[in-house]
Design a protein. Structure first.
Length: 197
């Protein structure tokens, strides 16, 4: 199996984790995709494994450390079955044993099952994307439609799934009021210093 680095993982979603969170109808779940529940603990262990995987690769390449966000990992966990279907159809599927071997070869000796799934999804997505731009665009569209049809729900702590762009994006906290233009115009301003002659 060719190691493709972490580019698809990094490109899958934004880089920052939104720390605000509220209860979801699926307590203890980071997300729900159809009848599949992705637990917070699976997300955390998968993120740790993915970060160790990326760290080992960047260290070996002498590159700067790349942070792996929980939103990126959550997207890959949610999309795994759809990514695998596409990759298998195109003859570039990645097995769990291939993903586990990749993790072990990059000094992650005892990865979690969720960590293996993230690397499996990442490697399969990279393989599909290497088939060309048209294939990659079609794959992204198919994955997004599949997630929308499965009613992909993300715990607000991690953001929200935007089906228009096929990504998990941060939520804008609604507890911070946006000042109206009138309030901004009426706000007192600090006196400006007068230039000396």
């Amino acid at each position: 199996m060719t190691r493709r680095g972490i580019a698809p993982l990094v490109a899958a979603t934004g880089a920052a984790l939104l720390l605000a969170g509220c209860q979801t109808p699926h307590a203890g779940a980071a997300a729900v995709v159809g009848d599949r529940r992705i637990s917070v603990s699976d997300l955390q262990s998968a993120t740790e494994d993915a970060q160790a995987y990326v760290d080992a690769q960047t260290t070996a390449q002498g590159a700067q450390r790349t942070a792996v966000s929980q939103r990126q990992v959550l997207y890959l966990l949610a999309a795994l079955p759809y990514i695998q279907d596409l990759a298998t159809r195109d003859g570039v599927g990645v097995s769990e044993s291939d993903a586990r071997a990749a993790l072990v070869s990059w000094k992650v000796p005892h990865p979690s099952h969720a960590g293996v799934q993230v690397v499996q999804a990442n490697e399969a997505l990279a393989s599909v994307q290497q088939l060309g731009d048209a294939q990659a665009a079609q794959a992204n569209d198919t994955i997004t439609k599949s997630l929308v049809n499965a009613k992909f729900e993300v715990n607000p702590r991690y953001g929200t799934f935007n089906g228009a762009i096929g990504r998990i994006i941060p939520l804008q906290p609604n507890w911070l009021p946006t000042p109206s233009p009138q309030a901004t115009a009426a706000a007192p301003t600090a006196p400006q210093p007068t230039p000396s002659p």
